[in-house]
Design a protein. Sequence first.
Length: 332
Amino acid sequence: MVTVANPIYDVVFKYLMEDLRVARTILSALLQREVLDVKVRPHEYSNQQRDSLSVFRIDFGATVRNDDGSTQLILIELQKTWLETETLRFRQYLGTQYASPQNILSNCEEGYALPTVAVYLLGHRVGQIEEPVLYVRHQGYDYQGNMVTQGLPDPFVDSLTHDSIIVQIPLLAGRVNGRLYHVLSIFDQTRKDSQSGQVLCLEDGAYHGDQEMEYIVHRLQAAAANSEMRREMMVEDEYFSIIEKRDTTIMLKDRVIAEKIVEIEQKDAQLEQKDVQLEQKDAQLEQKDAQLEQKNLSLRKSIQMLQRANLSIEAIAESLELSVEEVMDLLA
């Protein structure tokens, strides 16, 4: 077995991807296109706080060869995360990159932005998606839902939308079929050393004859042997532990708040139900009051009619089966 530094760590990933030969190999495999030239671009947006350590971002300007033999300059935004809670920050990052003047095509009078491909290396799974590598490509459609091909690709359209490549690192385990999975196998976390997650154990000779992969493995070996690199990895472990504890505390508090909200909503629902019941009772009472008023009106009319017949109060009460007091109250 060959022991190499774990590229899931930011310091190792940066050391690995800043080597343009390595970057060209990995990006070519991901894009499924030959990367002729690649350059690391200056960061317009970077994390300055250690609580964002779990996300690492690096930008590349790459000249790629298309299927028709033509070449194209594109922007590649490579982002890696350990934590599922950090994925929302990707959207913030893309927004700042679209606004960057450095991402405008220098050879285009209209000033359209460079075509962008966003690559996400995730240390966690995305929902129920089973594919280790997911390609999300934009297409154009007309009103009837038919795909539009005439006039596309177009620099204006390409500057408004971007393609994405999502790599789910936990699903890479044992996937070595094909060039892409062969290259991505260096990120397979099932190969972590049992004593330390800072190193991976790769099979000796697994990349024999593949000069580019042998070069990558040698670079990761050099990183593993670098004492300063190992110290930085230990620092990342410490901060990651802090982040994990913080996020766990936040999630527990959120769970308590959610439970309280559910409890309050249940009580509100019970109160609303009681209000409905009270309204129903009030309606029944109003109905009874109306019926009583109608009955009293009928009795009052009967009393007045009997009075006009010169019957005494006592006689009227007796004929209507009422007390004298009830008759007097009705007349009042």
